[in-house]
Design a protein around this ligand. Sequence first.
Ligand code: THU
Length: 131
Amino acid sequence: MDERLIAAARAAAENAHAPYSGFKVGAALVSDDGALTVGCNLECSSFGATICAERAALAAAIAQGKRSFSAIAVWTDTDEPTPPCGICRQMLADFSPTMKVICACRRDAPLITTIAELLPHTFGPANLGRP
Ligand code: THU
């Protein structure tokens, strides 16, 4: 499963729009029904509007009605794995705080972790009295 997920994230990275950083990222998200949704980073000339691959995948999955996720793979063409940024950790945690996170790259072995490990003592919907 991890290999299939990593391959999907890698393919999505090919479509990244990253003309400013040159740093292409792909993500593949597995929802609880087993469906796979991909995303890539999308940069903007107004840099702050940039969307990371993880949040692009999440937004696409949400648009398909998905609300709960078991895993995400992140691919970068780097020597070392790239873990999700803080904003992406928060957005993923809002939906599935225990989700598995697989960060894969061209050289080193994948970093395999969870959102709970990446973002301990998380602020989330429960803090706002929401389920
Ligand atoms: N980026 C991601 O897509 N995911 C991350 O978790 C880290 C950063 C993107 C945003 C920007 O397009 C580029 O990588 C450099 O920060």
